[in-house]
Design a binder for this molecule. Structure first.
Ligand SMILES: Nc1ncnc2c1ncn2[C@@H]1O[C@H](COP(=O)(O)OP(=O)(O)OP(=O)(O)O)[C@@H](O)[C@H]1O
Length: 234
């Protein structure tokens, strides 16, 4: 079963071509990595997947729906953690989780989600008073509280301390075990290697390589994904 089908996607901002002729598919239950330099087109691509942005050309199907036309139906079934998704400063952690859970038809128990992500001690803290890492954890918890079939995690562990980072990896592993499809945008090759079944390497708005970590290493004659990546984007 295919969870995501992207064909000849193009996204421009004025004269700037952010995404150019990008095609890929993601299988149901797969963890799919998206890596690339700053400005390579990763976020623009995943924003088109979630319906936040409209492509200029090409076609996208996510869980059988066109995100640009069926954004609301899709929003019920996917979870999105985006970079810098702002919340009101005065909104408290528990309130945010309760509010987001209410958007979904079959949400998880938001209290359990709060526990699982180590947010219970911060339940009454306002968003504006959280540290960067705490905000990040809240954003991930909010992406998952609706019990989504597919999640998009953009820079999942940026800003997390090493322990929180490993804990987050373990939780992504649990999502995978539960059959959730994951799209993971990351700057960390160790993270992509540890978590992703396949990885798409973006450069200048295009996919320049796509495969398992082992395939990318073999193709470049390297012995780590870091080296493979550097070789590919050179
Ligand atoms: N809202 C916008 N308006 C104009 N240009 C934009 C906008 N968003 C992105 N861009 C441009 O599109 C290109 C791709 O940006 P995008 O954010 O998709 O890249 P990215 O790979 O996610 O980068 P990063 O790793 O820095 O998050 C860049 O040249 C960026 O400057």
């Amino acid at each position: 079963m295919t969870a995501i089908r992207v064909s000849a996607l193009r996204k421009t901002y004025g004269a700037n071509v952010a995404v150019d002729d990008v095609s890929f598919t993601v299988g149901a239950g797969e963890t799919f990595g998206v890596v690339g330099h700053n400005g390579a087109g990763k976020t623009s691509t995943v924003e088109c997947l979630s319906g936040l942005r409209r492509p200029d050309a090409g076609s996208i199907e996510v869980l059988g729906l066109d995100p640009a036309r069926r954004r609301r139906a899709l929003a019920e079934r996917i979870g999105v953690q985006l970079q810098e998704a702002g919340l009101p400063d005065r909104l408290k952690v528990a309130e945010a989780l309760r509010l987001f859970a209410a958007f979904y038809r079959r949400p998880d128990d938001w209290r359990q989600v709060m526990e699982r992500w180590g947010l219970a001690p911060l339940a009454r803290k306002a968003y504006g008073d959280l540290s960067g890492g705490q905000r990040q954890r809240l954003q991930i918890a909010l992406a998952l509280v609706g019990s989504p079939e597919l999640v998009i995690l953009d820079e999942l562990t940026t800003g997390l301390d090493p322990v929180a980072r490993r804990e987050t990896w373990a939780l992504v592993g649990e999502l995978k075990a539960a059959g959730v499809t994951v799209v993971l945008v990351s700057h960390f090759m160790d993270e992509a290697e540890a978590l992703c079944d396949r990885i798409a390497v973006f450069a200048r708005g295009r996919i320049i390589s796509l495969g398992t970590a082992a395939e990318l290493m073999t193709a470049t004659g390297t012995s780590s994904l870091d080296e493979a990546y550097l070789e590919l984007v050179r």
